[in-house]
Design a protein around this ligand. Structure first.
Ligand SMILES: Nc1ncnc2c1ncn2[C@@H]1O[C@H](COP(=O)(O)OP(=O)(O)O)[C@@H](O)[C@H]1O
Ligand SMILES: [Mg+2]
Length: 176
């Protein structure tokens, strides 16, 4: 399918891009899609590829909206927002390549800390989470036009290897 939106690449680009990724492996299965992780051969950075297959709950129009939004964010990185790289729209799915957050989501982190008996979290760390989320949201809201995430929750806030906070999953975000 040839899409008129220049931000949305063709399947051949996907294949070219995936050739630069080694050790692709299933990392997780979210509500709608599958997640693969791999290392970008040239950039030597770890990336994930999220594959969202179209369904009644995730239509091609939802995919176009998400792809356009992420293409904008890919141009302006912010330290507290997941770094998005490329989006690819095919006949059946949307592929998103983005930075890998090795610490997983805050939701799974909290569950893990509860299991270890290390809950509530350290107050300084909670302060850091709040600060980063507010700064990240402020960045989204200060875009022109503003971007509203609309789904802020522990499962959509991620942790990098060094426990840096990153807002992710802009699946239902809106740019007004
Ligand atoms: N960039 C990422 N790095 C590491 N894990 C991720 C990343 N993005 C998503 N995940 C994992 O996949 C799960 C679902 O991702 P998410 O983007 O919230 O999709 P959805 O909620 O639409 O299924 C997360 O809870 C997390 O475990
Ligand atoms: Mg989510």
């Amino acid at each position: 399918m040839v899409d008129p939106d220049p931000n949305i690449a063709l399947i051949s680009d996907i294949i070219k891009n995936l050739e630069n990724v080694e050790k692709l492996q299933m990392a997780n299965k979210g509500a709608f899609g599958k997640l693969y992780s791999g290392v970008h051969v040239i950039e030597q950075e770890k990336y994930v590829i999220k594959i969202l297959t179209f369904s009644q709950d995730f239509t091609i129009d939802d995919a176009r909206n998400e792809a356009r939004l992420l293409a904008k964010l890919a141009k302006h990185h912010h330290p507290y927002i997941i770094k998005y790289k490329d989006t690819y729209l095919t006949k059946t799915c949307l592929l998103i390549t983005m930075e890998y957050c090795e610490g997983g989501s805050l939701f799974s982190y909290v569950k893990e800390m509860q299991k270890k008996g290390q809950f509530p979290l350290d107050e300084k760390f909670i302060q850091k989470i709040l600060y980063c989320c507010l700064e990240g949201l402020n960045f989204l809201h200060s875009q022109n036009p503003p971007i509203y995430h609309r789904d802020i929750k522990l499962a959509n806030i991620f942790l990098s290897k060094n426990l840096e906070i990153k807002i992710g999953d802009l699946g239902i975000a809106k740019q007004l």
